[in-house]
Design a protein around this ligand. Structure first.
Ligand code: ADP
Ligand code: NA
Length: 331
């Protein structure tokens, strides 16, 4: 029996992933890799669209991300874990998809509008504009059925589905039309200092972010300093207690316990005890991941060997799809 195909990607745009990426992406990927034929990409071509990317550190960031995927339990013997630029068909298919994407359609992408505001006139490149089309190519290359992504990617997944259907209608049935799979409310982690904003590497300050590769002592300090409220009760309520609720969310996501059980654990305890227990849980989870990632990074040649093996498998599938596409459009 063949397993359904899954594709997802993460940009190598910082040295370390944060806890939001870990909970929202890596833990999901690890859980899904048994049921699916999974392709996990380190999307370095996408990273080139960031106004501030550093050519001197991009290759190292890709290796670092590979190490974190593996350390978190993504098995490169089971799943296909590879670097996007090692598979030329991504860029080749994106070009073909460009020719069936409406300019107005691409102009409606809200992530482009948000990023172009942040990046300014110089940072707003054609590449940034075209990001969703490259993302559509990423997904369609692998006959992907399921795409686990954050709900901020819904519009891009819709575009991908529209492009696949349009191509199939015009040139014949070439593409599988994928569906997005969005995490439940639960899997979203917020900034420790600003618990109404999503934890994100583009946050203004570092104090609200927990990095997977942070030293445990740094992680503990950040959690102990997390914003709470003037009350004293550990209760799950995003409206009146976002800081406390975010810490509960982190705790339940990591320990697998229910909100009700967690509330019971912390009933009658002060915020200090609560935070200490959350910090213990986060450190117990991340410390082995950090240690394993650093161990993998100490042998870059072995990591590169694994990535090359995985890229070969990705290329096999991607080239076959590209061949069908080229034939369909008559080239
Ligand atoms: P960032 O917002 O830091 O730029 P990305 O957009 O690169 O993060 O996200 C990479 C992956 O991590 C995506 O699958 C996304 O859904 C997930 N993710 C990012 N931030 C969070 C968060 N705060 N909570 C849960 N998942 C997140
Ligand atoms: Na983002």
């Amino acid at each position: 029996m063949t397993k359904p195909r899954l594709y997802s990607g993460i940009q190598p745009s910082s040295d370390s992933l944060h806890l939001g990426n870990y909970v929202g992406a890596l833990l999901q990927f690890r859980a899904m890799q048994g049921e699916y034929d999974a392709f996990f990409s380190i999307v370095d071509l996408h990273a080139l669209t960031n106004a501030a990317f550093d050519p001197k550190s991009l290759a190292a960031a890709s290796r670092g991300l590979a190490a974190q995927y593996i350390a978190a339990g993504v098995d490169p013997g089971k799943s296909t874990l590879y670097v996007q630029s090692h598979v030329p068909a991504h860029a080749q298919l994106a070009w073909v998809l460009n020719t069936i994407t409406g300019f107005g359609e691409a102009s409606r992408m809200t992530q482009f509008k948000d990023k172009s505001q942040r990046f300014g006139a110089e940072g707003t490149t054609v590449g940034l504009f075209d990001y969703p089309v490259l993302m559509a190519a990423d997904i369609l290359l692998f006959d992907t059925e399921v795409v686990p992504v954050g709900d901020d990617q819904k519009q891009h997944i819709e575009l991908t589905r529209n492009l696949a259907e349009r191509f199939n209608a015009r040139f014949g049935e070439v593409f599988t039309v994928p569906v997005g799979q969005y995490p439940e409310e639960g899997a979203r982690i917020y900034d420790l200092q600003e618990p109404t904003s999503k934890m994100s590497k583009s946050a203004a300050t570092d104090a609200g972010l927990i990095w997977v590769l942070d030293e445990p002592s740094v992680t503990r300090k950040k959690i102990m300093r997390a914003v709470t409220d003037t009350g004293a009760e550990v209760k799950y309520d995003w409206t009146t207690k976002p800081g406390v609720t975010n810490l509960l969310e982190i705790y339940t996501a990591i320990t697998g316990s229910s909100v009700a059980d967690a509330e019971a654990v912390f009933a009658g305890k002060g915020y200090g005890d609560f935070k200490r227990t959350v910090a213990d849980a986060v450190i117990a989870e991340l410390e082995p991941v950090r240690a394993r990632a650093l161990e993998l990074l100490a042998d870059p040649a072995e990591l590169d060997r694994l990535l090359a093996l995985n890229a070969a498998r990705a290329n096999e599938v991607a080239e076959a799809t590209l061949k069908r596409v080229y034939e369909a459009v008559g080239i």
